[in-house]
Design a protein around this ligand. Structure first.
Ligand SMILES: Cc1ncc(COP(=O)(O)O)c(C=O)c1O
Length: 439
């Protein structure tokens, strides 16, 4: 099919997510390889967001394709009550990879389903109902995970599952908990302790966090936050669930983002990079004491596609590539290039307010004036953002600009030269933001 036929048929017969389908302008993609995507007429785009921060090992890796083919020829799917070789092998591998006593795994189809089942697990394990989550978070689009989510996508889906109490992040959007990172951590945790007191710790099962916030700003926590949070939750017998759907699998330069804070969660949820999205798969990892509970007590949850053999074989091959080809180390190594390129763009473009990067997880913030006001405010847009997106697309770069933040999250197999190629296109696109900069 040519690009236009693909676009016309997709728009006529399928719905697009998070948008009115009449307003979307889909990118016609025919194939993808490594860090590049290709259109039917030979167009090429550098993937600067790993699609939805999920194709961590890059596109079309032959070892994963081979593993999928071999598994498909042998066994695609059997009922969740069976034992299969991919299930046996992946369970063992994950127990070796996840730190501490996170030794038991429940497989779902994606991030939201992993979080849905984590909500069930913490409620059934503790016998408590309330859950804490943060405003600057995204945890999925199912009914329960939409309520866990703090960002504006929740607002359009309310009311939903009751029982979630939202709290401010250490980095709220328009407020500061202090000057230094230590002060921010201390003040945020003091505020959180007061919320716990008001809500009653005896009713709170768990707190869900993204250890490095993803879509809502690529925000690594301030110094000491993860350790302080873990201690605070322990003090009140509240479980800690780390949502590593986006930040996990090497994105931040470590296998999981919580490892930067040297803490041990009770539950970890993940998806995306687990299979690099070659097939859909999510996972909930639980500590021994929670797993032991469910050896004696029924886990009231299930899915037709739980422990799907083809998806599990895909995960095993993906992890072998991610770890075996040194991609996590590559992400850690290229963090300095990310930061130096971002600093270069800030020095050159008045419209750049600031930036952040941890591993290959980064964002550039655009401002509309020297007071630092965002080009597009919270949950809003600006015409220049649309023009920049179009510029990137026309000049061979695929990424997202969310509100005022340009996403910089390429596959972890990217080379330094390819990374520079991406920042060069962003550099030229920022002239559009400079043009509307008010001074
Ligand atoms: C942190 C986080 N949690 C959960 C999800 C939901 O994952 P999925 O879209 O696979 O359901 C996402 C998706 O972007 C995410 O970034």
């Amino acid at each position: 099919m040519d690009s236009q036929t693909m676009i016309d048929h997709c728009l006529k017969h399928t719905l697009y997510t998070w948008t009115a389908t009449g307003r979307v302008n889909p990118l016609p993609v025919e194939r993808a390889e490594g860090v590049y995507m290709y259109g039917p007429e030979g167009q090429r785009w550098l993937d600067f967001n790993s699609q939805l921060m999920c194709v961590n090992i890059g596109h079309g890796h032959p070892k994963v394709i081979d593993a999928i083919t071999r598994q498909a020829q042998q066994l695609c799917y059997v009922f969740p009550g069976s034992a299969t070789e991919p299930r046996a092998r992946l369970g063992k591998k994950l127990a070796e990879l996840f730190p501490g006593d996170l030794n038991t795994f429940f497989f779902a189809l994606g991030g939201a389903e992993a979080n849905e089942n984590a909500i069930k697990a913490v409620r059934q394990f503790t016998g408590k109902q309330k859950i804490l989550a943060r405003y600057r978070s995204y945890h999925g689009a199912t009914n329960a995970t939409m309520q866990l989510t703090g960002d504006p996508r929740r607002l359009r889906n309310e009311p939903g599952m009751p029982g979630v109490v939202h709290v401010m992040d250490p980095w709220p959007y328009n407020y500061s908990f202090g000057e230094t990172e230590e002060e921010i951590t201390a003040n945020n945790l003091r505020y959180l302790e007061e919320v716990i007191m008001y809500e009653g710790p005896q009713y709170i099962a768990a707190m869900f966090i993204e250890p490095v916030t993803g879509t809502n700003g690529i925000l690594p926590p301030p110094r000491g936050y993860l350790k302080g949070l873990r201690a605070l939750l322990d003090k009140y017998g509240i479980l800690l669930v780390c949502d590593e759907v986006m930040a996990g699998w090497g994105r931040t330069g470590k296998l999981f983002a919580f490892m930067h804070g040297d803490i041990q969660p009770d539950i970890v949820t993940s998806a995306k990079g687990l299979t690099s999205a070659y097939l859909p798969l999510g996972v909930m990892a639980m500590s021994d004491r929670i797993a032991d509970h469910f050896r004696e007590n029924v886990f009231w949850g299930g899915l037709t596609y739980n422990s799907h053999a083809l998806a599990l074989a895909t995960a095993e091959a993906t992890i072998d590539v991610l770890v075996g080809e040194g991609m996590i180390e590559n992400a850690a190594r290229l963090e300095s290039t990310m930061k130096s390129e971002m600093a270069r763009l800030k020095a050159k473009h008045p419209s750049v307010r600031g930036s952040r990067a941890i591993g290959l997880f980064g964002m550039i913030d655009i401002q509309k004036n020297s007071k630092g006001e965002p080009l597009a405010g919270y949950d809003s847009s600006h015409p220049a953002v649309g023009r920049m997106s179009q510029f990137f697309r026309d000049n061979g770069l695929f990424t997202y600009i969310r509100w005022s933040g340009i996403m910089c999250n390429p596959p972890l197999c990217i080379t330094k030269d390819q990374l520079l190629e991406g920042f060069d296109i962003i550099d030229r696109g920022l002239d559009i933001a400079d043009d509307v900069f008010e001074g």
